[in-house]
Write a protein that binds this ligand. Structure first.
Ligand code: C5P
Length: 400
């Protein structure tokens, strides 16, 4: 099943072909996808909401104030989706979408998409052939949207012309092609660091931090899925190793430094997502530290750890490879700090996120900071953020 495990939002707009969306949803289900449906008000005149409830197991979303969603329905739907397919996409929906409108649940979800959007237009042939629809399709394509159909054939009133919805199985094939794993990192070696470091005080105590490692593991998983040879240098976390990834477990910042230094020259990219401890205890006691009854306070003397990214940035010098991607996790002055880190560590890209947004969770709100400027990505799953970061990496690797 080619769409196995894929999460697809099917947007149904108000045209006669809306009844074929039912077949599309079934076809996607047959191919292993989970589907959620969002309909325009007009669509409900052509096909019953309850039909979609029956075949997807949950009611379609029709209005932006759907009480079934705790948060904002369009944000939730768009964050969940691996792809959004609008079928049928009417002339009206194409026009509103091209204009960036978000005045109903379907349009707001599309506008919120961080995933591919596929339109399957269906309308009367003169509407499809109109200058304004052509303009809107050109605009949507330029904005990155994909299209399947329309096809030529008998239209609702019996006339023959261009404007029929593509067959549901062809729409499913187009989705499949869109979501097929792209091997754009094939032949590349990606080094990823992940998780916290633990700096030992004695045999049973350490200084650590709240990093879960999820971001780095998502990066390693996605890079491997995109064809890269991946080495994941992981601090102490209990996460499963992603398929096809070589994992090197380390504990302290100095161990992580040694593991990365040894592999740096073979890498095309280093993504430094680990939360490396800036300081470690000056000494690590071989014996468990004892509580002394007469000592009220225990003073720990800490010394600085190597800044791994900065050291590797300096080691790279004027060379352009490996590409260096760092993270900036801040509680204040996020972008200013991220820009400063970009320069200080000689990185190519800094992924900036607020400490409140990503720690330990499956989602993150990030801004990408590079010499070219800043790009706010909004709230994404860590998996989707990993892909967004890797998209930028692929584009940079293509530059000489
Ligand atoms: O300096 P700061 O810790 O805020 O910078 C964060 C970035 O630098 C992250 O990419 C982190 O992995 C890296 N870093 C490092 N070595 C350190 C501290 C941070 O490589 N000792």
């Amino acid at each position: 099943m080619t769409l196995s495990g894929k999460q697809i939002v099917v947007g149904v707009a108000g045209g006669i072909a809306a009844y074929k969306a039912v077949e599309l949803v079934r076809e996607l289900g047959r191919r292993g996808a989970s589907v959620r449906v969002v309909m325009t008000q007009a669509a409900t005149r052509f096909v019953g909401a309850v039909t979609f409830t029956g075949i997807t197991g949950r009611p379609p979303v029709i209005d932006l104030w759907d009480p079934a969603y705790a948060g904002e329905v369009h944000v939730e739907l768009a964050s969940w989706a691996h792809a959004i397919v609008v079928a049928p996409a009417t002339a009206n929906v194409l026009a509103r979408s091209a204009a960036g409108m978000a005045d109903d649940a379907l349009l707001a979800t599309v506008l919120c998409a961080a995933c591919p959007v596929l339109y399957a237009p269906a309308m009367f042939h003169r509407m499809w052939g109109s200058a304004s629809t052509a303009r809107n399709v050109t605009q949507l394509r330029a904005d990155g949207a994909h299209f399947v159909g329309p096809v030529s054939g008998a239209l609702a009133n019996g006339e023959i012309g261009m404007g029929r919805l593509a067959e549901p199985s062809d729409i499913a094939d187009a989705l499949d092609a869109l979501l097929a794993p792209s091997l754009d990192l094939e032949g590349r070696t990606v080094l990823v660091s992940a998780g916290p470091t633990h700096e030992d005080l004695d045999p049973v105590r350490f200084l650590g931090n709240k990093s879960s490692g999820k971001m780095g593991f998502a990066l390693a998983e996605r890079a491997a899925a995109r064809g890269a040879r991946v080495c994941l240098v992981a601090g102490p976390v209990a996460l499963p190793t992603p398929a096809g990834v070589e994992r090197v477990d380390v504990r302290s910042a100095r161990e992580m430094d040694a593991a990365l230094e040894a592999r740096f020259d073979d890498a095309d990219v280093l993504v430094m997502s680990a939360a490396v401890a800036d300081y470690r205890p000056e000494t690590t006691s071989a014996e468990k530290l004892k509580k002394a009854e007469d000592r009220e306070a225990l003073v720990l003397r800490l010394v600085q750890n190597p800044d791994i990214l900065a050291a590797l940035g300096a080691r790279r010098g004027e060379r352009r490879r490996p590409l260096l991607v760092g993270f900036a996790l801040e509680t204040q002055d996020l972008l200013a700090n991220a820009r400063a880190k970009l320069a200080k560590k000689r990185a190519d890209l800094i992924v900036a996120n607020h400490a409140m947004d990503g720690l330990g969770t499956d989602e993150n709100v990030a801004t990408l900071v590079s010499a070219e400027g800043e790009e706010a990505l909004g709230r994404l799953t860590k998996r989707a953020l990993a892909d967004a970061i890797l998209d930028r990496v692929v584009a940079r690797l293509a530059q000489p």
